[in-house]
Design a protein around this ligand. Structure first.
Ligand SMILES: [Zn+2]
Length: 373
């Protein structure tokens, strides 16, 4: 079937259906991810002018590489599958970009071992961790990562999460954020092995994947600084109280200071620091043109990310209210009550009922309860 995306035309195997996800080489549900990649690369080029080379590490149909090449990047598309390599070549030729990009039929870890790139983009099926070390060993400026294994990341597939990410994720009401922070923790530790510090300048959790963009600082001191963002979250399953602790040695809560309950889950090491730079997010938003298929969603996502408070976990208003046996009210009203009580509060990008605040669960109830009727 013929697909047009971001101004490039692609031929991908499979039938055009309403049902989506018909081709292993092209996933239409990832169009937002790819649109934001192009906008992020544009904003990043403004930030780091020397960045020129871009490795599309699991290229499949070549769509991301074709779009980056059309945008002026010096692109390498890599894939282990011969069919994918052929398809990527055809799609580059179809867009007259064969001279701007080369295609490598190789194991990407071997390629990254032989050659350095300014930007490396990992978009594997499942966990990206088998490719992370090779990316951090040689990448100069920016590592972009997609993880689609959200069940292991958020603790729903507990042992698989531990195996893939060398951390203990826990299944909580902020599961998507648990996924973001589990992934960032594993990536920061992988980078630190090569004396590389990471700064996540743009990250989002969207339906079935987590996406993050890590700006690199190739210094041991930067790696040390990044590791200071790691720590643990203690979470009470009864009252939803949670507490974060920035340490590499866990000192978890034994009982909940809010309700006295003993059903306290401990997750970590997680990335507890910021997962986006608000100024960079605003710059990405400016680079989303009207003709991107997901322009509206992408801009809304950037707005939400820019406004989010930096807190280790978000709350879900409906889950809190259900736990309290009270009806939920409008989110605006709810947040206004929190602010009126002197707390910082913002919406979160994880969903319409999610928010962030510096108030703990008892303070949230105290501030909002009067209007939950
Ligand atoms: Zn509790």
């Amino acid at each position: 079937m013929r697909v047009t995306e971001g101004g490039v035309e692609l031929e991908v195997p499979g039938e055009q259906t309403e049902g989506i996800e018909e081709s292993v080489f092209y996933n239409p549900r990832q169009e937002l991810n790819r649109d934001l990649t192009i906008a992020t690369l544009r904003a990043f080029r403004e930030r780091e002018e020397r960045a020129e080379s871009y490795l599309d590490a699991m290229t499949a149909s070549g769509v991301r590489g074709v779009r980056a090449a059309a945008d002026g990047w010096d692109v390498t598309c890599c894939d282990l599958e011969e069919d994918a390599v052929d398809l990527a070549r055809e799609n580059l030729e179809r867009n007259d970009l064969a001279a701007e990009a080369r295609v490598e039929h190789r194991n990407v870890n071997a390629l990254a071992h032989d050659e350095a790139f300014d930007v490396i983009d990992l978009d594997p099926y499942g966990s990206p961790m088998p490719f992370a070390d090779a990316a951090f060993a040689r990448c100069r400026d920016l590592v972009c990562v997609t993880a689609t294994d959200t069940a292991p990341l958020c603790g729903a597939h507990f042992n698989s999460g531990i195996r893939s990410y060398s951390a203990v994720p826990q299944n909580t009401d902020y599961h998507a954020e648990m996924g973001v922070r589990t992934l960032l923790s594993a990536l920061a530790r992988s980078a630190a092995r090569f004396d590389v510090g990471v700064e996540p300048i743009f990250s989002h959790a969207t339906s079935h994947y987590v996406r993050t963009y890590l700006e690199l600082d190739r210094k041991a001191s930067a790696a040390d600084a990044a590791l200071e963002h790691l720590g643990y979250i203690s979470h009470c399953e009864d009252c939803l109280y949670r507490e974060a602790e920035h340490e590499l040695i866990a000192d978890p809560l034994e009982t909940c200071p809010e309700c006295g309950g003993e059903r306290v889950l401990v997750a970590g090491p997680l990335w507890l620091g910021p997962y986006r730079d608000p100024e960079f997010v605003a710059a990405v938003r400016e680079e989303i043109p009207d003709d991107f298929g997901t322009a509206k969603t992408g801009r809304e996502l950037c707005d939400a990310l820019e406004a989010e408070l930096d807190r280790p976990t978000h709350y879900d208003q409906h889950k809190l209210c259900k736990n309290w046996g009270l009806p939920a009210n409008a989110m605006d009203e709810f947040l206004a009550d929190l602010r009126a009580a002197g707390h910082a509060a913002s919406t979160a990008h994880y969903g319409g009922t999610t928010f962030k605040t510096d108030a703990d669960v008892g303070e949230i109830r105290e501030a909002t309860e009067a209007n939950l009727v």
